[in-house]
Write a protein that binds this ligand. Sequence first.
Ligand SMILES: [Zn+2]
Length: 322
Amino acid sequence: MTLNPRLKDLAKDIFYYSGLSRMLLSFSCYRRHPKFLILTYHKVCPSSRSDGYLGIPEDVFEQHVKFIKDNFKTVSMQDGLKALYEGGSSDIYATINFDDGYMDNYLYAYPVLKKYKVPATVFLTTDFVGKAHIFWWDKVFMIIPSSDTNGIDKIQEAERINFSLRTKSEREIQAVIRKLEERFQPQGKIEPVLMLGWKEIKEMKANGIDFGAHTKTHRNLCMLNDDEALEELIGSKKEIEENICEEIKGFSYPFGIFDERVKGLVRKAGFEYARSTLKGFNHKNADRFLLTSIGGGALLKTSFLAARISIDSLKPDREIYR
Ligand SMILES: [Zn+2]
């Protein structure tokens, strides 16, 4: 039986506002081992603007942060992993991750994280630090016309195209973008987006935000040879270390894509853990180069986030899904 999407959303609201999700989370007190929840985000935008791609309005982000602060032990990545692998108490530990390194993380997410004292880690794409840059997936989104003018859902269409482009070469990606521009004739110039600079990164670092690497150029590592992939891995690691004067231990796979060879290269580059976009909680036997997460940015309403987390918290250990 498939449930009407509106009914599904209503069910999630009831689940949340009736307190059922909190009740399910409290059942988790019968667990015998710690669990580690990593919530991932990309962009946070002003509350008044909710039409962005991969973005979450700052008021919704604040509700998410408050929800995890109220329900879990909020920790840094390092402390979460320590609890997981070194026998921490059987609680749910939670942290927040940001990928790519957009300036809006500093403008809209950082004040909220500071307010609630919730640790987070930002995974930087180092070639674009301090620059105005447009990633190809953002460009695809900007080219596609608004949902109400073309009979297509702008976000769904961008997601469909971007998903297929993740495994294409740069040349093929640019060819698709040119075709989209010819088809949709976007009005006005597509402006690049500001990325975090070292000044903001150092300020955030001084106030409880950690940093990890997300390669130099955000290429799909599975499509690169060993030397090219190691250059992306070691190059990004070194650049952050030189700028913030601290060893960088964490890596996040661009597009969440990896294979056994890439996992080995991440280890060889000197990282101690890597996060994928496979979903679910991390358990004590989790592979530290295949950490799982839940995409908080895709679950706009707090009730949706709470439903997802509380259901996942009851799943058996090592059950991960795409
Ligand atoms: Zn990314």
